[in-house]
Design a protein. Structure first.
Lengths: 784, 161
């Protein structure tokens, strides 16, 4: 590696050029010769027995080639079960591509029509007559726990899928000894990801070669290939997964979806290429949902603001199946682990339970439980400030770990290597001009203007080790990889297991490779998202791209640089250790003379090997893998502030401005970090103010369309100012931590706190997310 | 079931005449994407909410998912491919790149076509007016700030010129 190792922070994301020209190539843009279209018949009931399926009328429709049921697919695709054995007992049930006996959520695919066009397939799908015998549905998580509740899986004998208890001891005594104890209940409604591009798959099975090619809207092609091969009875080497440009992932596109794997099984069954693209109405009832928590909590503080003890109890809903392969357990797990994690306290008790219900499965969506954890923690800290009369920034300063205290082990057992909570909060308060905002808020109250300031200081778990999933038996890779090839023209081809759904990981690894080798970034091409051409890697999730794949690229580029210099040394008979590479040219460090170039090295190695010393056969191809194994997660931190105003007559919240200071370790591309922050903050604003999956008591989703499911739009969003502190992790040479989720983790709590700050003169609070006008007016007693 | 009724459509797409027979119920978005092969127009909701399918219909922005292909018969359609090739929005595209105003890129073509209409509308370049004008185009990735920055930069340059 050259010294000093400097990464150009301002490199534009060259790969975005195709997007501004409309040249992105997404799944539905792809058409294969002979391709047919699949439309799924989906259950209108949340829970029902399938008494029979009559496909005869659908088969009569012109253009229809097949109508396929669960019985047809059973011999092709084995059921799967999601389980992690490292997290205690999980009661789990197998899920099939298409069910044979019962449907367990509204929207579950029941049968598939294959036809010449999607429109014809939809026509025929309406003619498939499924004879349902409706069963009582389990909808509300609390109702699922009642002794007489119907069971989602009678074989399991319970609706409780999983639970956990953490107790560090003496919580009751510490609460009893606290000057103030505050008890609060928080609820966080279900929401969903709403990637602008819906999910889909194009499967093309070649029976002659027993080779299955699947274009898939997935963030994790190598993981999907392993699972698809296993379930479909194929060799992994005979399955190729290609992830084209993906129109947003946010975790939603990590999972195994029954309609997608059914599409692959259908292609094997009918020996034709077939395409499935979800429409928006299908997305709402088949994409994973997230959140859906009720948390009761107690905090004990002394009059000096010091937190003495914390207790939380979380009840979360899983849907009918634990989502494969990650399970739906991680949300409540992270509520239990992360709620106290930002703060230095001595006594903590947590319980979390996950229950089955007849709603679509919940799974990993941006933030995964951590936005719930920080909503609870930040809400309690603000309540403690109110109770003790302390300023809300001051109470945080008194309870956050000191920046020079790290490494520390948090109260829930998590290793925190190096954070900058105090410095981040100080920087935030300066940025937002905290004192002036307080004056404005106080002055406004006399005039009937109710402004609020909300703060949150949070941690973000990033870049997990194999201990999180793989140790529990799940085929989830925490590794990532980089293969570099020096081409004959002297440029570099890179293939990586990383994928990019818009984050800009491609630009980041380009920067790392360019700067380590010493080659202009426009002479590097990155290939990703194709299992046939990229080395095995975990893909993109849990804010790991830069930290994990970036490190693999750093290691590969370091080795490639050494190999190039070795060849230059052999050709020019100079010692390799006095040579260096700058902008694609090789110089002698002592004389500063140009010795060679990457173009000469490429040409020599690939064509003119006769000019090389005998028995010297250079390999200018390098593959390096990296997995982070020292820490369960590499924690980053963020301090975030909100300035908002509540209209106490309408209940509407106007966001004036948001400021955020994050510490994601070493920053490789500052613009991309800022965009991750802003994007995740605005997704969190959606969680906080707008987004909720509204179900009726029979398990029907009532607002499953973009007209009724509200999302953040440009007009209502504030400007978001971001700054950083850089505390590099020592786990890697690169020093980067993740940054994709801190915003959504921090902003939900900050908005709730801001609203409650605005409502302080009325002595009322809200704690049920989303914080809709209706809930605010109800808190104010203006409606009942 | 009756055979799907079809209709002959003659429409100018990005300045070139396209003549095709399509199902009478086919949306303009599907027609452009799957019959003409212009996949830069994206379909995000098929309900007229998200704006990813925004195209120009006789010079004004329209939702191609809510427009039938048959309605375009005899009219002029411009898509992201057309306004890219003509160079009309080149400065806006460069500004989007400079500000990292595109992440996954799915909303970007619709966003750019809407932004171009804003720039031609004579509206003032205030951030609030840009935000209001973009309120029919969802972006799930960026949080909108960088998109507003990019449009404001070009609007500012136009105002100065």
């Amino acid at each position: 590696m050259p010294d000093p190792f400097v990464i150009d922070p301002g490199l534009a994301r060259l790969s975005a050029r195709k997007f501004v020209q409309g040249r992105g190539r997404y799944l539905d843009d792809i058409t294969l010769t002979g391709m047919l279209h699949v439309c799924f018949v989906r259950s209108p009931y949340a829970h029902a027995k399938i008494a029979g399926i009559d496909t005869s009328a659908a088969r009569e429709v012109g253009g229809v080639s097949h109508v396929i049921t669960g019985r047809d697919l059973a011999p092709v695709c084995r059921p799967w079960t999601a389980q992690l054995t490292n997290l205690g007992e999980m009661k789990t049930a197998p899920q099939s591509a298409l069910p044979v006996e019962t449907v367990k959520w509204q929207g579950e695919p029941v049968a598939a029509v294959v036809a010449s066009s999607r429109a014809v397939a939809e026509d025929a799908a309406e003619l498939v007559e499924v004879d349902y015998e409706e069963l009582p549905a389990v909808v509300d998580p609390e109702a699922a726990l009642k002794p007489d509740a119907p069971l989602v899986h009678p074989d399991l004998g319970t609706n409780v899928a999983w639970s956990i208890n953490i107790d560090t001891g003496e919580v009751d005594a510490a609460l009893a000894g606290s000057d103030v104890v505050i008890e609060k209940t928080f609820s966080v409604d279900r929401q969903t990801g709403v990637t602008l591009e819906p999910r889909g798959a194009i499967a093309d099975y070649d029976p002659a070669k027993c080779y299955l090619t699947i274009h898939l809207t997935s963030q994790v092609p190598h993981i999907q290939r392993y699972i698809y091969a296993r379930q479909l009875g194929l060799n992994e080497a005979n399955v190729r997964i290609i992830c084209p440009d993906i129109g947003g992932g946010f975790g939603l596109k990590l999972h195994v979806y029954s309609d997608e794997i059914a599409t692959a099984a259908i292609s094997m069954l009918i020996r034709r290429p077939v395409k499935f693209t979800a429409d928006r109405l299908e997305s709402f009832v088949s994409d994973i949902h997230a959140r859906g928590h009720r948390v009761s909590a107690r905090i004990g503080v002394n009059n000096d603001g010091k937190i003495q003890a914390l207790e939380v109890n979380d009840l979360a809903g899983a849907g009918p199946f634990l989502i494969h392969p990650r399970t739906s357990v991680i949300e409540p797990l992270l509520v239990a682990i992360c709620t106290p994690l930002a703060y230095d306290l001595k006594h903590y008790r947590a319980g979390a339970s996950l229950v089955y219900q007849n709603k679509v499965s919940t799974g990993q969506y941006r933030g995964v439980g951590m936005p719930v954890a920080s909503l609870v923690a930040e809400g309690l800290v603000d309540a403690a400030a109110r109770a003790t009369g302390l300023d809300k920034a001051e109470i945080r300063k008194r309870n956050l770990f000191r920046d020079d205290a790290y490494p520390v082990t948090g109260i829930s057992g998590e290793y925190l290597e190096c954070l900058s909570q105090q410095a981040s909060l100080d920087k935030l308060l300066k940025m937002m001009d905290y004192g002036r905002l307080q004056e404005e808020r106080d002055a406004g109250r006399d005039k009937g203007i109710y402004k609020g300031i909300g703060l949150a200081t949070v941690v973000e778990g990033t870049s997990p080790s194999p201990a999180l999933y793989a140790a529990g038996g799940a085929p989830i890779s925490s590794r990532d990889a980089c293969t570099l090839r020096l081409e004959a023209g002297g440029n570099i081809s890179c293939a990586t297991g990383l994928t990019d759904q818009g984050q800009g990981g491609e630009a980041v690894v380009t920067q790392v490779i360019a700067d380590v080798i010493g080659i202009p970034s426009n002479e590097i091409n990155i290939v990703m998202g194709d299992t046939a051409t990229t080395p095995f890697g975990g893909g993109t999730w849990a804010s790991r791209s830069t930290a994990i794949a970036g490190e693999a690229c750093l290691l590969a580029a370091t080795e490639m640089r050494e190999k190039i210099l070795e060849v230059a040394a052999a050709i020019h008979e100079q010692p390799a250790d006095i040579l260096t590479i700058r902008a694609g040219e090789i110089f002698n460090l002592e004389t500063n003379e140009k010795v060679s170039s990457l173009a000469e090295i490429g040409k020599t190695v690939h064509f003119n090997t006769h000019t090389l010393p005998a028995e010297f056969e250079p390999e200018l191809i390098v593959t390096r893998h990296y997995s982070q194994r020292e820490q369960l997660m590499v924690y980053a931190n963020c301090a975030l502030g909100v300035s908002l105003e509540v209209d106490v007559n309408t209940g509407l919240v106007t966001l004036h401005k948001i400021w955020a200071v994050d510490d994601c370790g070493r920053i490789i591309n500052e613009k991309l970090v800022v965009e991750q922050m802003r994007g995740s903050i605005v997704q969190g604003i959606g969680s906080s103010l707008y987004e909720e999956c509204i179900y009726d008591e029979t398990g029907q989703l009532l607002n499953g369309n973009m007209f009724e499911y509200l999302l953040p739009m440009a007009g209502e969003m504030p400007d978001i100012e971001c700054d950083h502190i850089e505390t590099p992790t020592k786990a890697t040479q690169l020093g980067a931590k993740g940054c994709g989720e801190a915003g959504i983790i921090a902003v939900c709590g900050a908005i709730m706190n801001g609203i409650n700050d605005a409502l302080e003169p009325f002595g009322v609070e809200v704690s049920s997310q989303p914080f809709t006008p209706e809930k605010i007016l109800r808190a104010l007693g203006k409606i009942v | 079931m009756d055979k799907e009724p079809r209709i002959s459509i003659s429409v100018t797409v990005n300045g070139a005449l396209v003549e095709a027979e399509a199902p009478a119920r086919e949306s303009l978005a599907d027609f452009l994407r799957h019959r003409v092969g212009l996949t830069g127009t994206h379909v995000g909701c098929e309900q007229g909410i998200c704006g990813a399918c925004t195209v120009r219909f006789d010079g004004r922005i329209a939702r191609s998912c809510l427009t039938l292909a048959a309605q375009a018969h005899g009219h002029s359609i411009e898509t992201i491919e057309g306004v890219t090739d003509s160079g009309e929005i080149a400065d806006l595209q460069e500004a989007f790149l400079r500000h990292n105003a595109a992440q996954c890129g799915f909303c970007t073509p619709g966003m750019l076509i809407t932004a171009a209409e804003f720039l031609n509308s004579g509206e003032t370049a205030r951030r609030e007016s840009i935000r209001q004008f973009l309120s029919g185009n969802y972006c799930r990735c960026t949080g909108y700030h960088a998109i507003v920055d990019a449009i404001a930069e070009i609007a500012g340059k136009k105002a100065d010129a």
